[in-house]
Design a binder for this molecule. Structure first.
Ligand SMILES: [Fe+2]
Length: 200
């Protein structure tokens, strides 16, 4: 006999990122369209969690469609959360580099410039995904990491410090899809280093 399930999922609310108008380089239209995409991830995450809960509560966890929804949850949920990290670590014109963050990355890489060069190398990797500076709190290790799409290759338990969206949709409204390099420059012109340091 299987135990009955009475699972109630959390419903997420999309964050308000209206403060991101007026970024340096990255146009308001670009942000507008990117936010629309983010909102889609939030609503699909909610719909998916509601659907799998209903199926689980109806005893359908052995169903192949339930299993496929579970597989898709990694795409939708990470698509939502990674965009929140990304938008949260932006502010129009950026802030001054935070001393605590500069010290933390300099201890690992030798200098802020060396850390940034390393991250830019990761961010220019062919493919769609994310370039992320991670902190492994267990060891104190900080490194730059590539995540394919939204869900493939997350280092288990490590915490994102700086999150950089390198999908073409992050810049193709105001730049050519081949202009990832110049977009990376625009990104760094708008980083909120205090938010990044707050994740240490
Ligand atoms: Fe994105």
């Amino acid at each position: 006999m299987t135990a009955s399930t009475n699972y109630t999922p959390i419903s997420y609310t999309a964050n308000d990122y209206s403060s991101l108008r007026g970024l340096k380089g990255i146009t308001d239209e670009q942000i507008e369209i990117h936010l629309k995409l983010y909102n889609g991830y939030v609503s699909r995450t909610n719909a998916l969690f509601a659907k799998v809960a209903a199926m689980a509560n109806a005893g359908q966890t052995g169903d192949s469609s339930y299993q496929e929804l579970k597989r898709r949850a990694g795409w939708e949920w990470n698509g939502m959360r990674l965009h929140e990290y990304y938008f949260d670590n932006l502010t129009p014109g950026g802030t001054a580099m935070n001393d605590a963050f500069a010290k933390a990355v300099s201890e690992r890489f030798g200098s802020v410039e060396a850390w940034k060069d390393d991250l830019l190398g990761v961010a220019k990797s062919p493919g769609i995904g994310w370039a992320i500076t991670y902190l492994d709190r267990k060891s104190g290790q900080i490194w730059n990491h590539w995540v394919t799409e939204h869900e493939c290759g997350h280092p288990a338990g490590a915490e994102p410090l700086l999150v950089l969206d390198v999908f073409e949709h992050a810049f193709s409204v105001y730049r050519k899809p081949t202009d990832r390099g110049p977009y990376l420059g625009d990104f760094f012109d708008n980083v909120n280093w205090d938010v990044v340091a707050g994740r240490l």
